[in-house]
Design a protein around this ligand. Structure first.
Ligand code: FES
Length: 228
């Protein structure tokens, strides 16, 4: 792997090494008057760096970057996530010409799927153009890629276009910091060299508490993680 190829490599009990000049920014989960998650709000763009290491243990004093705290704290970063393709871990929800797959184990609790009756109901009525538009946007806003919409005719996923990029999620309503949102199909390579399924949307744990490492399983909400 050269330094110009984009990739994220996991260091055993250590950080994520990001290679290939991947843009890095911070985005917050924006809510409406009812407190529902409805939009992504960009708050910061970091200067572009060729290679950088992102904290995975949650203890760095130089967030989002690694400062070596994992070594002092004895961080156990063992990768525990299942390694089969996401569709094999998903339940299917049927609709007229679209169906949706849902892999709960990847949920980062960003909550974009809940407004307007929820995507599980919307998919059943997705032949209505207005409902279809809302449904697809809510599925696409799922940072973890837990939810994927599929075109029944082509058998292909209906995905938003993302340039390869990394977003650090903040969740002001829940008063905590969220995971690392990896977008645009950047390969994630385990500490043992295993290449995880390449997906358009993935969330990686940066609080250190996930039971589904390297992926986020929403424990950052339980521990009220703050990347400060
Ligand atoms: S960042 Fe979500 S579980 Fe760690």
């Amino acid at each position: 792997m050269t330094e110009t190829e984009q990739s994220i490599t996991i260091v055993k009990n250590g950080p994520y090494i990001v290679r290939g000049s991947v843009p890095l920014s911070v985005q917050s989960i924006g809510v409406n008057d009812e407190g529902e998650a409805v939009k992504w709000v960009e708050s910061r763009q970091y200067p572009l760096q060729g290679v950088y290491s992102l904290c995975r243990c949650g203890r760095s004093k130089k967030h989002p970057f690694c400062d070596g705290s994992h070594a002092q704290s004895g961080f156990d970063g063992t990768e525990t996530a299942e390694r089969q393709p996401i569709v094999e871990l998903s339940k299917t929800y049927d609709g007229p010409d679209i169906y949706m797959t849902d892999a709960k184990c990847f949920c980062a609790l960003a909550r974009f799927c809940d407004p307007h009756g929820g995507v599980w109901n919307q998919v059943k009525m997705s032949d209505d153009p207005e409902i279809r538009e809302v449904f697809l946007q809510e599925v696409w806003d799922c940072p973890a890629g837990r939810l994927v919409a599929w075109d029944k005719q082509t058998g292909r996923p209906i995905e938003p276009h993302f340039k390869p990029s990394i977003v650090l999620i903040e969740d002001p309503k829940m008063k905590c910091s969220g995971p690392i949102w990896v977008r645009g199909g950047i390969p994630v390579i385990g500490a043992d060299g295993f290449v995880y399924e390449i997906r358009n949307r993935v969330t990686l744990c940066r609080c250190g508490a996930s039971s589904n490492k390297p992926f986020c399983d929403a424990k950052h909400l339980t521990i009220r993680f703050k990347a400060t």
